[in-house]
Design a protein around this ligand. Structure first.
Ligand code: NAD
Ligand code: MN
Length: 358
């Protein structure tokens, strides 16, 4: 019997709504696979916790998460707490302290869904974005001067270390190679951002020399964003800095059906620390409390978690079940054109899982 431990942080808004489905999925995986079981512990760290305690998580929060095999996060952020606090006091400390330097975000049109892009089908929309997850534009370095005067200014430094840049670029090449892909695209902006981005480009070129079978291109972020829409079939693996990767993947999500479907893994490839899996969407205050959030992004994130834990067959099975329910087309949440609730969508996928695996 294999046991995996999961720390679950449901968070705010629709986070707890989609994570309820996520918890049932962990249970279901244990039910259909006799040799595997998840022990999940839930942590109530969110914006309500912040309003009560003046911090997003307890002082020893990171130490408490450290022993778990994986972390599952719903979403964080609520009106009444500035977003930079909820992000900088909970999500970013986890990503950074646990060296989750890869943010893996598949952009793949699932069977049963149509892309809003005219003429683009499944054969055109299947690639992965590797987002740098620990440095870059999200540096926490900078400040404000002359506050309250007409000369007020704000500065934020970008930080690109050789160590941090090399490891993310190398990861992207290794991923391309391991998955039999032949094209690697690196997002850049070395025409306008004239210190960090030329450095990034140099490292991409240096590392590409070790992968002669992979065709490497550097594309400016503005053009790249347009290509995500006009010719998404041009991509296999896209590697990008922290901010560029963040923006590209919301766009990527939109061309394959929206944020309700888009999963991510914050991965520590060396497995020295727990990795964290989360839908890429936020807490969606506009639909929170109505029970209509799409849980597929969360379910797919758990499929990625299974891959990370070495349970690839199970990960594949979970993704197949999502696709089979979408192909059948009877149960869909409103964001993908249906009337189903979060619970109904989750139950349909779980039922498929029990049918296929049980
Ligand atoms: P958002 O992702 O919460 O919502 C954007 C739009 O997508 C909304 O219209 C929302 O209804 C829709 N949407 C998102 N998830 C959905 C789902 N599962 N099903 C159906 N529709 C869905 O982004 P936002 O509105 O910019 O941010 C809201 C809050 O979330 C803010 O506090 C922000 O800081 C936070 N946020 C947190 C994370 C995170 O926890 N990792 C990520 C992004 C934003
Ligand atoms: Mn984002």
């Amino acid at each position: 019997m294999k046991y995996f431990s999961a720390a679950v942080i449901p968070g705010d808004g629709i986070g707890p709504e989609v994570m309820e489905v996520g918890m049932s999925l962990l249970q279901a995986i244990g039910d259909i696979h006799g040799g595997l079981s998840f022990e999940a512990e839930s942590f109530p760290w969110n914006c309500r916790y912040y309003l009560q305690h003046g911090r997003m998580m307890p002082e020893d929060g990171l130490e408490r998460l450290r022993p778990f095999d994986v972390i599952l996060l719903g979403a964080i952020g609520a009106p009444g707490v500035p977003d930079h606090i909820s992000v900088w006091e909970l999500i970013l400390p986890i990503r950074r302290s646990f060296q989750q330097y890869v943010n893996l975000r598949p952009i793949k049109l699932l069977r049963g869904l149509e892309s809003p892009l005219r003429g683009k089908g499944h054969e055109h929309l299947d690639f992965v974005v590797v987002r740098e997850n620990t440095e870059g534009e999200y540096s926490n370095m900078g400040g404000r001067l002359h506050v309250g005067t007409p000369y007020e200014m704000a500065m934020q430094n970008n930080v690109f270390t050789r160590y941090g840049t090399e490891r993310i670029i190398r990861y992207a090449f290794e991923l391309a190679q391991a998955t039999g892909k032949t094209r690697l695209t690196a997002a850049t902006k070395s025409n306008g951002i004239n210190h960090s981005m030329p450095f990034w480009d140099e490292i991409v070129k240096e590392i590409s020399l070790h992968y002669p079978n992979i065709q490497t291109s550097l594309i400016h972020i503005d053009a790249l964003a347009a290509f995500f829409v006009s010719r998404p079939e041009a991509f296999d693996v896209v590697v990008a800095s922290n901010l560029f990767g963040d923006i590209l993947t919301d766009l990527g999500a939109a061309v394959v059906g929206g944020l309700g479907l888009a999963p991510s893994g914050n991965i520590n490839p060396e497995k020295t620390y727990p990795s964290m899996f989360e839908p890429i969407h936020g807490s969606a205050p506009d639909i929170a409390g109505r029970g209509i959030a799409n849980p597929i992004a969360t379910i797919w994130s758990i499929s990625m978690m299974l891959d990370h834990l070495g349970e690839r067959e199970l990960g594949r099975l979970v993704l197949d079940c999502i696709e089979e329910v979408l192909v059948e087309g009877k149960v869909r949440t409103p964001d993908i054109g249906g009337k189903a609730t979060t619970q109904e969508m989750g139950k349909a996928i779980l039922a498929q899982l029990y049918r296929r695996g049980g």
